[in-house]
Design a protein around this ligand. Structure first.
Ligand SMILES: [Zn+2]
Length: 253
């Protein structure tokens, strides 16, 4: 049996299969990897996106935020790629319980995945710093561009903040807890496009493997947990994930 067959079999036979995705799944859609060489943080000072800076100067923060939005999404055809589609297809076929993601771009949902756990929040929503109310980011971004900077909450006039996790902020606790529960209960845990160097992404595959899951890693570069994996694919996620989906879905027809 080759690695592709082994990975497909592990997912097809799993009572609960879970995927975890990182920046490598979105770079194929034209979303820059914030941390890589040449990534956005080489050109912008990460301190400018620290939550402390947001608290001190929300208007300045939003001005820079709009600039970044323009840069990241300047390419108007940012859209789900075959890797997103493969995971959505596995979920639709009943072979994937959840996607845990480090990405904040909403592309898994755009591809049709329903069970998405966003470890770092999302750019698609904003939250009120005063009353906690969440709403779609589009209206707030439009108002910020239209000179309401920083944009404010409809309900209480509190300052709105993007619902993605800023530097210096803790990760959303409910997402973390759900991700850990999924890792512990999974029988197959598929890592795609993450170098597994940033917590909690680093420890979730380890938890899964230690509690009995078959670990599958698809990433361009080696990860610290390749040694725990039953199958390691050092290939493009947009190539490997569709092949795994096809093998799972065809094999279980
Ligand atoms: Zn409010």
């Amino acid at each position: 049996m080759d690695d592709l067959e082994a990975a497909a079999l592990a997912i097809a036979d799993a009572e609960r299969a879970v995927a975890m995705t990182g920046a490598g799944v979105s770079t194929a859609s034209g979303v820059p990897d914030f941390r890589s060489d040449g990534g956005l943080w080489n050109r912008y000072d990460p301190e400018a996106f620290h939550v402390g800076r947001f608290e001190r100067d929300p208007a300045g923060f939003w001005e820079l935020w709009l600039e970044i939005q323009d840069e990241v999404f300047a390419d108007a055809d940012v859209a789900p790629n075959p890797a997103h589609e493969a995971l959505a297809g596995l979920e639709a076929a009943g072979h994937l319980d959840a996607v845990v993601t480090q990405n904040v771009d909403g592309l898994h949902q755009a591809a049709g995945s329903d069970a998405v756990i966003e470890l770092h929040g999302t750019h698609d929503r904003v939250e009120c710093r005063r009353c906690g109310r969440k709403s779609g980011a589009e209206g707030a971004v439009a108002r910020a561009r239209d000179d309401e900077c920083p944009p404010r909450c409809d309900a209480c006039s509190g300052v709105l903040k993007p619902a993605s996790v800023l530097f210096g902020e803790t990760l959303p606790e409910s997402a973390l807890i759900r991700a850990h529960v999924h890792a512990e209960k999974s029988d197959a845990f598929l890592v795609a496009g993450s170098s597994l160097t940033v917590e909690p992404a680093a420890s979730l595959p380890q938890t899964a493997a230690e509690t009995g899951a078959t670990l599958i890693v698809v990433n361009d570069d080696p990860t610290p947990h390749d040694g725990l994996a039953a199958c390691v694919f050092r290939d493009d996620v947009t190539d490997v994930l569709p092949r795994i989906r096809d093998a799972v879905v065809e094999g279980t027809d």
